[in-house]
Design a protein around this ligand. Structure first.
Ligand code: EPZ
Length: 416
């Protein structure tokens, strides 16, 4: 266990470069196994989730190496379709190997992903998609076993625009016979990034970014080169830090389109935001205005930015209402913010936050990645010292966060 110790109330200022997207990387790294020959991925973030995926691929016998932010994957002679449970359980996104191994070998054995602190996270829509393509699916003893003598493209209508299900079905369909149509598909930026990657390998995916995606399968996908898109959620987190500390931060190397819902909401909260090419300048008022927000699938306000936003709203000049539509239990971090002097209460999936003039540093604990981000944001704006325990959880998704915070003038240190 390690903790991040923050001496707060420093206005952040300066420039921060944004790393490659975690959620795109954990989809594209397994997708590279579909291609014959070597794939080179640029702008891969050096984060724990990526490190775990490297271990998983090595466990499958794949030749993979990471040199700073460039990953080289040569799947040439790997042939196993059984993943190692002890590694898979560390990383929920390892379930993308179900779609990849099913496409490549016609069978897959992958451990069921654990739930986590934000609520039950079923994969029924993923399995429904695999069955539609002709796979036999069995789940027993915590292992998902898939088998298909022949994968045949088919229409799949998702009950909800699930990011994971959209990606997993796209992976399986990429090498199936014929065309698969995913309706009610997720439109997140990393769904589009994966579609572009599969097309660069010689695949045929059309409509990604809309709610109908057509995938025409092909057996001859080849290794390629691809740069991972910038991380929209890392960008949102640093924007929230700028507002929470009434600072003035320039976030560089972003795709501003991906941040539209976050920019709109922060402007509502009184932030000044200038967008110019691939950078966004954010400056916050002394205290933000209260806002109401309801998380929705893209292009709605992203659930992964909800927890960071609540940290900003603890010091608003009024009452904010935050509704978490996507998960049953993604407001647990509010208890930690209350320890820092926030005035908030949670009713079901809604947090009612009455802004206070200031927060006071305290020892708090990160229970999941974005909860951790919210506690860092609160610590940066609080008077005194905040200790964020469980810092290793934050390192899962935020590359070089200590260096980036220090370059913005934050007073932070990590204690193992
Ligand atoms: C992805 O999770 C992200 N993770 C999550 O980010 C993000 O919160 C989520 O999308 C929503 O944007 C990755 O991309 C690795 P979903 P995923 O399938 O794919 C329900 C982070 O902090 N559902 O869109 O699991 C599900 O329970 C992480 O980076 C089913 O019921 O999200 C949830 O309530 C946290 N059955 C809702 O849909 C299914 O088969 C959205 O889930 C699949 C999902």
């Amino acid at each position: 266990m390690s903790k991040l110790v923050i001496t707060g109330r420093k206005q952040l200022a300066g420039e921060v470069p944004i790393s490659g997207s975690k959620n795109s990387s954990v989809a594209i790294i397994p997708a590279a196994l579909l291609g014959e020959g070597t794939t080179i991925l640029e702008n891969v973030p050096a984060i724990r989730d990526v490190e775990v995926f490297v271990q998983i691929l090595e466990g499958l016998g794949v030749d993979v190496s990471m040199n700073k932010n460039t990953m080289t994957i040569s799947p040439n002679d790997f042939s196993t379709y059984v993943t190692q449970y002890d590694l898979v359980r560390k990383l929920r996104a390892s379930y993308y190997l179900m779609g990849v191994l099913l496409a490549k070998f016609g069978k897959a054995e992958v451990g069921l992903p654990g739930g986590c602190d934000i609520g039950p996270r079923p994969i029924d829509q993923h399995l429904k998609g695999f069955q539609a393509l002709g796979a036999d699916v069995s789940v027993e003893g915590g292992i998902v076993r898939l088998k298909a003598d022949h994968l045949q493209g088919a229409p799949v209508y998702l009950d909800m625009p699930s990011v994971g299900a959209t990606i997993n079905i796209m992976l399986a369909a990429s090498m199936a016979d014929g065309t698969t149509i995913i309706e009610n598909a997720a439109k997140e930026p990393h769904v589009v990034d994966l579609a572009n990657f599969i097309n660069a390998m010689g695949g045929s995916v059309h409509g990604a970014g809309t709610d109908v995606i057509r995938i025409k399968g092909t057996r001859d996908l080849r290794g390629t080169e691809h740069a991972i898109i910038p991380d929209d959620m890392e960008s949102a987190t640093y924007m929230m830090m700028a507002v929470a500390t009434a600072g003035d931060v320039e976030i560089k190397g972003v795709i501003t389109k991906h941040l539209e819902p976050v920019v709109a909401k922060l402007r509502e909260a009184g932030a000044d935001i200038e967008q110019n090419g691939d950078f966004i300048e954010v400056s916050g008022p002394e205290r933000p205005k209260p806002v109401n927000v309801r998380t929705m699938p893209y292009p709605g306000f992203p659930t992964d930015a909800q927890q960071p936003l609540t940290a900003v709203l603890t010091r608003a000049t009024g009452v904010s209402i935050v509704h978490e539509s996507m998960y049953d239990n993604r407001l647990g971090h509010m208890n930690e913010l209350v320890k820092m002097g926030a005035k908030a209460r949670v009713q079901g999936k809604t947090a009612i936050i009455e802004g206070v003039p200031k927060l006071t540093g305290a020892p708090v604990t990160a229970t999941d990645l974005r909860a951790g981000a919210s506690l860092v944001i609160a610590g940066l704006s609080a008077e005194g010292t905040t200790e964020v325990h469980g810092f290793e959880i934050i390192q899962r998704g935020y590359e070089a966060i200590v260096d980036k915070l220090r370059s913005l003038g934050a007073d932070v240190q990590v204690i193992e």
